[in-house]
Design a protein around this ligand. Structure first.
Ligand code: MN
Length: 731
């Protein structure tokens, strides 16, 4: 065997075995050797996009696994063979014969995941449902998959742009959240940072520079606290490790984007973590006590994830303290074991047990989540939504009048709570008492709230609720109720229609009626029946319009909705789309000539924005900003249809951009805002303002030449007194 493999390649086996000795407890060295040789033979002659031998990749994945998520020898063997079935002539049986069924099963699971990802015919949702199914069989499948993805992300530069972006988006939207769900804190951070590097390279570089610039300062500052804290705690008899830490790039990025903040405005960049070598939970609270005697705590920031762990199993004490010069410093306190679980999540269980069976209670709690998700969703779309919704949220703890605790995602409303108790209670919910006080249905719940839901028999779920609720369960149930309601309406309307026709000579069909009534929202027979049932239109009107089309057209005009001052974004966007574009040379679409294109109305790209195109089913290209929230969805549905797009350099056209302003609702503020815009020499396409509870929200559609101009304008708007935030609109 040695003779067939070059010395430098053989060296790789030694590297793997050396790492195994360092990191694994019990493993079969010959199993790993046999897997290595099979891997080498299977990929012989194959090359990666970078030009190096393909088998370097499985070797690196195996090494990552041993160092990042040390599980067991079987996993290392499976990692080495993860691409074998897919890429070579080897079968499940071959692997099973040489290395046993356990390895072969895991490799098969990994192969299924790749097939799902590559197969363009399966929708994203079906694909991920299958992916979850295969990992429910053996959790090692997904853990190896994470290492595979991590290595692919680290070597992404070798791929062409559209594939880089596709993989980066998939990593951000699927793998990083999944890693988080399984408690793999370190893996999540690595995957998120790498995805940011390719999704928004400019911002990534900028943040990297900023964080590096302040690094020495930060270390010096934190050391002023770390050293005395450590000495102090050791004097008290604790064995501790005190670490300084910085927020990771992706979370800084997210905070800046979601809260529309500048880098300078992010104050919780730094933190201190105390890891105690103890098995006693009470030590964590004692340490908290000692530290806060020296540094005053900020009580609102205190979170006890030890008594109530996060749903991914994360445990730690969180707080914020005031450090020297008054800076706010995040503080985390945990035991060594909690720390390992925070970094390694479900993979940490292997540290404490020789062998993990799939019936293991701890591992099972992770799998239970996946099983429920698979079981709960009745449609592919609902499944995907649940998958995304269930991943990232912070949690709150609220209580029923009897004191039962419900865990809900942050941002949950009384409706979410009602559905969490029972579907009937959710459907009939008209209000709620929070801590004894009546609140609105869209009130945001807080940890510790005690809730009493008020229901009514006459209540029915409303479509508006879908915008208020945050839990997957509530969305699912509301949609089901609305669909059922509509189904009943259509049935009723169909009855009315039949009855109506029985009085005529049945000279027209439902489609004739739809054509002649020409009423907004009535496009299908079902629409018509439902409009009849809820009295949006009467039988007389229908008959009248079919038999006497001219007259009915007049009444239509009169009944048209009056113009309102407030236009919503969707409406504006619709009009914008109708505006004819002179768009011949605005962008360069890679590899395609003379192709029709349009700008996505969800994000309205402007020259200067990083953009990307999607080939639509009609064959034209829709251009989005790369950071548009909708890119995610479109990308995953039609992942092979991404094309790279660049702005043409000499552009003098005006582009439409949406700006959202939130501020204090005070007299004169709109004049100030419009004043700023008119001085700026920009055309306003539309402006809409709505005010509620002392806050106004304005949406502006303006014409600008590029992002530089837009940024200047937004900076000016930010300076208007009473304005809180100014942000670019996207979907
Ligand atoms: Mn691979």
């Amino acid at each position: 065997m040695l003779a067939q493999i070059g010395q430098e390649h053989y060296q790789k086996l030694h590297e793997i075995l050396r790492l195994c000795r360092l990191n694994l407890k019990n493993y079969d060295e010959s199993l790993i050797q046999r897997a290595f040789f099979m891997c080498y033979r299977a990929h012989e002659g194959e090359k990666r996009a970078s030009g190096e031998p393909f088998f370097f990749h499985p070797v690196e994945v195996a090494k990552l696994l041993v160092t990042e998520l040390p599980l067991d020898g079987v996993s290392v063997a499976a990692a080495l063979l993860h691409d074998v079935i897919e890429d070579s002539g080897y079968t499940y049986e071959d692997i099973s014969a040489e290395l046993g069924a356990e390895v072969a099963d895991i490799v098969e699971g990994l192969t299924k995941i790749s097939e799902i990802m590559v197969n363009r015919e399966t929708t994203e949702a079906e694909g991920f449902r299958k992916m979850l199914l295969s990992m429910v069989k053996d959790i090692r499948v997904i853990l190896i998959k994470f290492c595979d993805r991590l290595h692919n992300m680290r070597t992404l530069d070798a791929l062409p742009e559209h594939r880089r972006l596709r993989m980066a988006l998939e990593t951000r939207d699927i793998y990083a959240p999944l890693a988080h769900r399984f408690g793999l804190g370190k893996m999540r951070v690595d995957l998120e940072n790498l995805s940011l590097k390719y999704i928004d390279p400019e911002m990534y570089e900028y943040l990297l520079k900023r964080v590096r610039l302040s690094r020495n300062e930060r270390i010096a500052y934190l050391n002023k606290m770390i050293v005395p804290i450590k000495t102090d705690l050791e004097k008290q008899g604790f064995t501790v490790e005190v670490q300084g830490r910085a927020k990771h790039l992706y979370s800084i990025y997210n905070k800046m984007r979601l809260k529309n903040k500048e880098f300078e405005d992010i104050h919780d960049l730094y933190g201190i973590r105390v890891v105690i070598d103890t098995e006693k939970i009470s030590d964590c609270f004692a340490v908290y006590g000692y530290i806060t005697q020296q540094y005053p705590p900020i009580p609102q920031h205190f979170k006890d994830y030890i008594s109530i762990p996060k749903h991914n199993g994360y445990q730690s004490l969180h707080s914020a303290i005031i450090g020297p010069q008054g800076y706010v410093i995040e503080l985390q306190i945990r035991t060594r074991r909690m720390h390992e679980f925070a970094e390694l999540g479900v993979a940490a269980h292997w540290r404490y047990k020789e062998k993990i069976s799939k019936d293991d209670a701890a591992v099972d709690s992770f799998l239970k989540w996946a099983r429920e998700l698979i079981k709960d969703a009745d449609s592919a779309a609902a499944f995907m939504e649940g998958f995304k919704l269930n991943l990232y949220h912070d949690e709150i703890y609220v209580f029923t009048p009897k004191g039962d605790m419900k865990i809900l995602p942050a941002g949950a409303t009384p409706i979410d709570f009602a559905y969490a108790i029972h579907t009937e209670i959710g459907n009939g919910c008209i209000g709620a008492k929070v801590n004894g006080k009546i609140v609105r249905l869209n009130a945001e719940l807080k940890s510790g709230d005690r809730l009493e839901v008020i229901t009514s028999k006459n209540q029915k779920p409303k479509a508006d609720w879908l915008k208020i609720v945050v839990t997957h369960r509530a969305k699912l149930k509301i949609r089901a109720a609305i669909n059922e309601e509509r189904r009943l309406q259509i049935e009723k309307g169909r009855g009315m229609w039949d009855k109506m026709l029985s009085g005529t000579k049945k000279l027209f069909t439902a489609n004739d009626a739809i054509r002649s009534v020409r009423k907004a929202g009535i496009r299908t027979p079902a629409d018509l029946f439902s409009a009849l049932a809820n009295q949006q239109i009467s039988s007389e009107e229908v008959i009248e319009s079919v038999t006497n089309p001219k007259k009915s057209a007049e009444t239509q005009d009169k009944s048209a909705t009056p113009a309102t001052t407030t236009q919503d974004f969707a409406e504006i966007a619709r009009q914008v789309q109708e505006r004819p574009f002179e768009q011949k040379d605005e962008v360069v679409i890679a590899g395609l000539s003379n192709i029709a294109y349009a700008y996505a109305k969800c994000c309205n790209p402007v020259p200067g924005d990083d953009i990307i195109g999607f080939v639509t089913t009609e064959g034209s290209v829709k251009i989005h900003r790369k950071n548009c929230l909708n890119v995610t969805n479109e990308n995953l549905v039609k992942s092979e249809r991404i094309v790279s797009v660049a702005w043409n350099r000499k552009l003098e056209t005006d582009f439409l951009a949406g700006i959202r302003i939130v501020g204090e609702d005070k007299i004169g503020i709109t004049n100030q805002i419009t004043g700023v815009i008119s001085k700026f020499d920009t055309n306003i396409r539309s402006i809409s303002l709505s005010a509620k509870d002392g806050i106004f929200i304005g949406t502006l559609m303006v014409f600008v030449k590029n992002t530089a101009k837009l940024t200047t304008l937004m900076d000016k708007l930010k300076k208007v007194q009473g304005v809180f935030t100014v942000e670019r609109m996207s979907s």
